[in-house]
Design a binder for this molecule. Structure first.
Ligand code: SAM
Ligand code: CA
Length: 260
């Protein structure tokens, strides 16, 4: 949308606070969604966690280069958090898993949606970030639902597959971690989610880069993960064991319902 005056300029700069969290072409429309239906209904604990996260820098080494992000680039956006919370309630999810916790915004959206005896197996290679958000989760009275495991998720999944007793036991699984492993996760998660259960893969539009021309000037880490995301999207579309729906919420989220 063209900037036609001061008001629009303000909206653009406010939208930049949430980075690339929406692929909507109009900043004003995204701001409208946030202000009309998301922020007014966002629980206080989630708002607090979002604000703590926004002040927190996050860094990663990528190809010998240190990349520093501010937390709001990494975290799930408030509108996606609201969507996840609604989805979990609609499917009556009770036994859930999350791969990629960071400071816990999507984790808290999940913990608030499932019943008091519901469970979340939450995995992340970094415990410090989880602990940053933990006070908000504890304040909300939902920390008892969370079983946090520090470390890479893949070996935990392999162990669960080998164990046998976890097959077909998860109502909902949210994957929001290392994009180059999404297909490896899918190979395992399809056994662990129950028939009729749901896996959500996050960032499947990968900053819009899935349609960028080969010579487009992309940030290095966006370019690196793009091909993995494109491969995942093709594989999900071709997988007869699931029904899928790709939503342009946040950075794109693909909802997969296991049917066999
Ligand atoms: N869902 C989170 C939220 O709502 O704030 C955001 C997750 S962030 C985009 C990705 C996370 O995946 C990071 O915290 C990172 O440490 C974690 N991660 C990266 N590789 C991982 C792996 N192999 N196993 C588990 N977690 C991993
Ligand atoms: Ca994400």
């Amino acid at each position: 949308m063209a900037n036609t005056g001061e008001g629009d300029q303000t909206q653009v700069s406010r939208h930049q606070e949430v980075g690339h969290k929406s692929l909507l072409q109009s900043d004003a429309l995204y701001q409208y969604i946030l202000e009309t239906s998301v922020y007014p209904r966002e629980p206080e604990c989630m708002k607090e966690l979002r604000e703590v996260t926004a002040k927190h820098p996050w860094w990663v080494w990528f190809n010998f280069t240190l990349i520093i992000f501010w937390g709001n680039i990494m975290t799930t956006s408030a509108d996606e958090g609201q969507f996840l919370n609604m989805l979990l309630k609609l499917i009556n999810a009770k036994n859930t898993m999350e791969i990629g916790v960071y400071t816990g915004y999507s984790l808290l959206a999940t913990a608030l949606a499932i019943p008091d005896d519901g469970k979340i197996l939450a995995m992340d290679i970094n415990r410090e970030n989880f602990e940053l958000g933990l006070p908000s989760i504890e304040k909300a009275g939902v920390a008892h639902k969370i079983d946090f495991r520090e470390g890479p998720a893949l070996p935990v999944l392999d162990q669960m597959i080998e164990d046998g007793k976890y097959h077909g036991t998860f109502d909902f699984i949210f994957v929001d971690a290392d994009k180059d492993n999404y297909l490896n996760y899918h190979k395992r998660l399809i056994d662990l989610v129950k028939v009729g259960g749901v896996i959500g893969y996050d960032n499947t539009l990968w900053n819009g880069s899935v349609v960028a021309p080969p010579d487009a000037p992309l940030r290095k880490y966006v370019r690196y993960y793009r091909d993995f995301v494109i491969e995942l999207n093709k594989a999900l579309a071709a997988d007869p064991r699931i029904e899928i729906c790709m939503l342009p919420v946040g950075d794109g989220v693909t909802i997969c319902r296991r049917i066999s």
